[in-house]
Design a protein around this ligand. Structure first.
Ligand code: BEZ
Ligand code: FE
Length: 537
């Protein structure tokens, strides 16, 4: 969706939510700003910008002069995080940041909002470019952008809980007109977008077009500038790390527009920013490389240290949850983990997948597989696996039979399924490798709460990789891999009453879990990963 499409959708939503009176007041306020000709009087094309210095929310001072030494500068003046149009614009600029940086330019945003409020905007909009605090609109005033919000509009804003004057630490609701500038490296405004209507914003594609023109002019006139520096380096400006980032992004420019390009450019931007943020030292980079090497060294067909690393950093859960898009009330996702083994034997309903000796306390798991409207799903597949009572999966425990505690079941015509296994126990994830070191240095334990793994799938439904967590487990609130979601916490009843045992045809007590899996319509998919079985030594 283009920025203008997003802005328009927001305009329509705002219009629909407002009373006829409020619509009139707001339209009149925009007309008054237009009549005051503030936009026309603002700093415009061909004018040099004031050389401001402003504190960045991330720390440090942004100096316009220094930024311009690196190349062109894009400046976005926005009103504040309370303004939905500002957030839409900031997020759009963030998406265009790689293109801006690839053209050797910097981007900053400026608002009069106090740092604590600005920080909220930076975090909620996930902004990685500098956002600057313009106390009392001092710099906006130099750009001739300031104006007072109409008092009647202020009253509506206060009614919505937004006290703009207080947000800015000022006595009045003074804000800049939202404005976007492209400044050439010579400090002169090359493009200015200033509009009396605060819902109108510069099109980032136009900004990038202006930057492209500037780059072409620079290339055409800078034979000398691109010539090698003198042997002594005397008189040359030291290269900044941001220039290196821009160079690297430009180097992968041919991948732009592809998924690989999108991911790689984000990896480059975020890792370079990370290095700058924590002032990563060369020795620390080498230590990270060694850590990754050791993750590789310890991995084999049954040990997957990189998956484990992603799991303990919570990355797996973020990716799975973002990708899933399950309907409310339907089965949610959890970690696949490194112990899934494809090809488990097909089992009839009622079968027991505990085929070892002393596997643990018997448990029956049964229920139905339904769609979101409660209709049974026939022929749905449950691919299940779990550890034995010692917390070991068969693929890393040669004493267990092949595929022990693993199986695939199909739901019957009425959507029902029924299987026997052992009651899950909490168990440690492997901590004898680099991931264990990471847990230790961060003071974390390596336990997973008791759980039962399931991949639920059926034609016409999204396949869900998930786990059911036992409600009485002491590690439920501190899972080493962050897999627990409230909807996945289940209760096992202990069946020891003789009548119930007789009805189940059992002589020994067992645990009983009744659970219905609710599937979301969509496309079925496969797990995309399967481990191997460690050979006995
Ligand atoms: C598991 O439950 O099988 C698991 C998940 C993540 C990391 C280690 C183990
Ligand atoms: Fe597990």
């Amino acid at each position: 969706m283009s920025l203008e499409d997003e802005l328009e959708a927001r305009r329509q939503r705002a219009y629909a939510q407002r009373s006829p009176e409020e619509r009139k007041v707001r339209a009149a306020a925009v007309t008054a700003v237009a009549n005051a000709q503030t936009a026309e009087r603002a700093l415009g094309e061909g004018e040099p910008i004031p050389r401001f210095q402003l504190p960045s929310i991330e720390g440090g001072l942004a100096d316009a002069g220094l930024l311009l030494e690196r190349g062109p500068l894009v400046i976005s003046f926005y009103r504040g995080g309370w303004c939905p149009y500002c957030n839409i614009e900031l997020r759009s600029l963030q998406r265009w940041l790689p293109d801006i940086e690839a053209l050797g330019a910097s981007l900053v945003a400026i608002s009069p909002e106090m740092p604590d409020r600005t920080l909220m905007t930076v975090q909620s909009d996930a902004l990685t470019f500098p956002v600057l605090f313009d106390k009392g609109n001092e710099v906006a005033r130099q750009f001739r952008l300031t104006h007072q919000i109409d008092p009647q509009v202020v009253r509506y804003q206060l009614g919505n809980g937004n006290d703009v004057a207080a947000y800015n630490g000022m006595d009045t609701a003074e804000v800049p007109l939202p404005a976007t500038y492209v400044i050439g490296a010579d400090g002169v405004v090359r493009y200015a977008f200033v509009d009396a209507d605060y819902t109108r914003r510069a099109d980032p594609e136009v900004l990038v077009g202006v930057l492209r023109d500037l780059a072409a002019e620079r290339d055409a006139t800078s034979g000398a500038a691109s010539a090698p520096a003198s042997a002594t380096g005397a008189g040359t400006v030291a290269m900044s790390s941001e220039q290196i980032t821009a160079e690297v992004l430009a180097a992968i420019g041919r991948a732009s527009g592809t998924r690989t390009g999108e991911i790689l450019s984000a990896v480059i931007r975020h890792t370079h920013d990370l290095a700058r943020e924590v002032r990563l030292q060369p020795g620390e980079l080498l230590a990270a490389a060694d850590f990754l090497r050791r993750c590789g060294d310890i991995s084999d067909e049954a040990r997957h240290e990189y998956i484990l690393l992603s799991d303990v950093l919570g990355l797996t859960m973020v990716v799975d949850t973002e990708a899933a898009g399950v309907a409310d009330g339907a089965l949610e996702t959890s970690v696949l983990g490194p112990f899934y083994r494809a090809g488990a034997p097909w089992q009839p309903n009622g079968a027991n997948i505990s085929r070892g000796t002393g596997d643990g306390e018997p448990a029956r798991i049964h229920g139905r597989i339904l769609d979101t409207s409660g209709t049974p799903v026939t022929g749905a597949v449950l691919d299940v696996w779990g550890t034995n009572g010692h917390g070991l999966y068969e693929n890393v425990d040669p004493s267990q039979p092949d595929y022990n505690l693993r199986g695939r079941f199909r739901s019957a015509a009425d959507g029902s399924y029924d299987l026997w296994t052992v009651k899950p126990v909490s168990y440690p994830i492997p901590d004898d490798g680099p991931v264990g070191e990471l847990l230790a240095v961060t003071g974390r334990h390596n336990m997973r709460p008791a759980h039962f793994h399931v991949i639920a799938s059926a034609d016409g439904y999204q396949s869900v990789v998930t786990e059911l967590y036992t409600d009485d487990d002491p590690y439920l609130g501190s899972d080493a891999v962050f897999g627990v979601k409230p909807s996945l916490v289940v209760h096992y009843d202990h069946i020891d009453d003789s009548q119930a045992l007789a009805a189940a045809g059992r002589s020994e007590p067992y645990w009983d879990l009744e659970y219905d899996f609710i599937l979301t319509p969509g496309q079925a998919s496969s797990a995309g990963f399967s481990t191997g079985r460690r050979r006995a030594v």
